[in-house]
Every structure is written in structure tokens, then in C-alpha cells.
Design a protein. Sequence first.
Length: 163
Amino acid sequence: MADFLDNRDRRWTLTIDVNAIRRVRADPAIDLMGVLDGPLLIRLASDPVLLVDTLHTLCAAQAEAAKVSPEQFGQGLTGDAIEKAGNALLEALADFFPSRRRAILRQLLARAEELAEKDLAAIEAKLAAGDVPEKPAAEPTEAPSPPAPPPGATSTSSPESPA
């Protein structure tokens, strides 16, 4: 479970369980279980609309109880609030997994944060030196590939083969 505040000082609590994952699979049609594969992190980080839609799906009951429409929910998530909400989503998602996978996901998230900070520092250094590119970079830095699952772990992407 993880909390975040939006720009209107509304507190939202994220709890990831099987039912929450099922709701997000239906709308906005992403599989949160794919977070260990890496590309989902990039999609959520690079598409704020997808991130807010995902957050709203997870907070829909709270939003309804507070009489906050999907539009109002989205209006409350800009700037630092959207970053903090994204971090809360990843923290809640990490809490969903069993301990070994949780540890792997936290390592993956820490590495992705290091890479993002490194990218920002490089951009800031170029700007400070007056080296402004004529066109933006084509792709953001990719998150590192997750380590192979531990022996005996089940895969989330394919059915187990009979033993």
C-alpha cells in the first residue's frame, strides 16, 4: 500500500491486489504483472496519460466516494504530483509481489531511477555548457533488463510446462 497527494491536496491510497490488476488489465488495458519485463516501466514513465488512467482505475472507488470525476482526478496530477503518484504506484506494485520478486523489482526500480538521474544530469551539463541539440533524442534510456527469475520461480508470461 502506498499513498500520494495530488495538486489539490487530496490523498489517494494505492493497494495492489489481484482484483486491482484485473481492473487495470480491462481499462486502460495494461498488464501490471509485466513490470518485471522492463518495457512497462518505460511506457508508464513516458506516457503521463496512461499513468493517470492507470492511477484512476486503481483509485476509482476512492474518487467516486469523494465525487471526483476522472477529469478532476487528472487535473490534480501534474508536475511533481504526477511523479510522486508514479512512484507510489511502483511502490504499491512492488509490495504485491512475494519477497524474492519484490526484491528484484526494487533493484530494477532503483537502477531505473539512477539511469534517469544520470540522463538529467547529462542534459543539465549540456545546457550549462551551451550545447543545445537541434532536435531531441529519439528514445529515452531504457530500463535495465530484469535478472532471470530464480530457479523454481514461475513465469508470469507463459504457462508452466508439465514436469
